[in-house]
Write a protein that binds this ligand. Structure first.
Ligand code: NAD
Length: 282
């Protein structure tokens, strides 16, 4: 490998470049598993200090914190239910206390409570909307207030960045999951309307819409050969996504590399939204 520098201080070309998210702080909700875990790890690898929010798995969150610290990064874990305004406020207060402010907020927490429509309980409907949509509202609102409070800082061209974790089901209807699809359809218009409102302040709001990513939320869809075969028919690229795929997209959307990207949904889905049912002449 070619080196630059003097004999006493040789640095690789990679080291000579500052990390993309150096001197920034990221908060990721629902980061104790799956996509949130992968996103938090990727943001930390890109140089951000990371606030690891978890709902109920403290050990997994602490494990992620220690992985980030072992790799030379900074992180801490904070418990909060994103559907509860007081807990969201406490989470941002903890973030300010430890890292002064936050630059990147990833509203990732989500859940499914699936059932046929006529059997769906009001509780299943409300729980999914409370976490997947109201949780994004509360998290993003606290983020906007925090960005305004602290004002611009040199590490980022934008005043702040918000990334909403949506889903291909913001556009693909999903029988048996009307609560989940309604929540993600809601995220689409929530994100765009908020992006339009706060863009003049240089706050960038965007979404990532994952396709099928191998995480606990959809284990039934990939953990047997039969299920996997059925799932792969829906994915033109013919592989299930990994949390790292979403992590890489999040790093780009959070960085100045995407500074002119405002109010868009980045689909990271192996082509799932390309109407794969029409791949053989319909
Ligand atoms: P996951 O179950 O591993 O992660 C969801 C996380 O959200 C968990 O850590 C959970 O503890 C947390 N959470 C749930 N309720 C919460 C609450 N009230 N407050 C705080 N945190 C809470 O599943 P995942 O696949 O990693 O899902 C992450 C996000 O990605 C979700 O918004 C999901 O809808 C979205 N998504 C996932 C896929 C996929 O294929 N895995 C596809 C599209 C979208």
């Amino acid at each position: 490998m070619s080196m630059v520098g003097t004999d006493s201080h040789l640095v690789t070309p990679g080291e000579a470049m500052e990390k993309l998210l150096a001197n920034q702080v990221a908060l990721v909700t629902g980061a104790s598993s799956g996509i949130g875990y992968g996103v938090a790890k990727a943001l930390a690898d890109a140089g951000a200090a990371v606030v690891v929010n978890y709902h109920s798995h403290a050990e997994a969150a602490e494990q992620l914190v220690s992985e980030i610290e072992t790799a030379g990064g900074a992180a801490f874990a904070v418990q909060a239910d994103v559907s509860d305004p007081a807990q969201v406020e406490k989470m941002f207060a903890a973030c300010r206390a430890r890292f002064e402010s936050v630059d990147i907020v990833v509203a990732n927490s989500g859940l499914q409570k699936d059932s046929a429509f006529a059997d769906m309980t009001l509780d299943d409907w409300q729980q999914v909307l409370a976490t997947n949509l109201t949780g994004q509202f509360l998290t993003a609102q606290a983020a906007v207030k925090e960005f305004r409070r602290r004002g611009p800082r040199p590490a980022s061209k934008a005043l702040g960045k918000i990334i909403c974790m949506s889903s291909v089901h913001e556009v693909i209807p999903w029988a048996g999951h009307v609560n989940y699809a309604a929540s993600k359809g809601g995220v689409q218009m929530f994100m765009k309307s908020l992006a339009q409102e706060v863009a003049p302040e240089r706050i960038r709001v965007n979404s990532i819409a994952p396709g099928a990513i191998r995480t606990p939320i959809n284990k039934d869809a990939w953990d047997t050969d039969a299920a996997l075969e059925k799932l792969l028919k829906l994915i033109p690229y013919r592989r299930v996504g990994e949390s790292e795929d979403i992590g890489k997209a999040a790093v780009w959307l959070a960085s100045d590399e995407s500074d002119y990207v405002v109010g868009t949904t980045l689909f990271v889905d192996g082509g799932m939204t390309l109407y794969p049912g029409f791949d053989d002449n319909g």
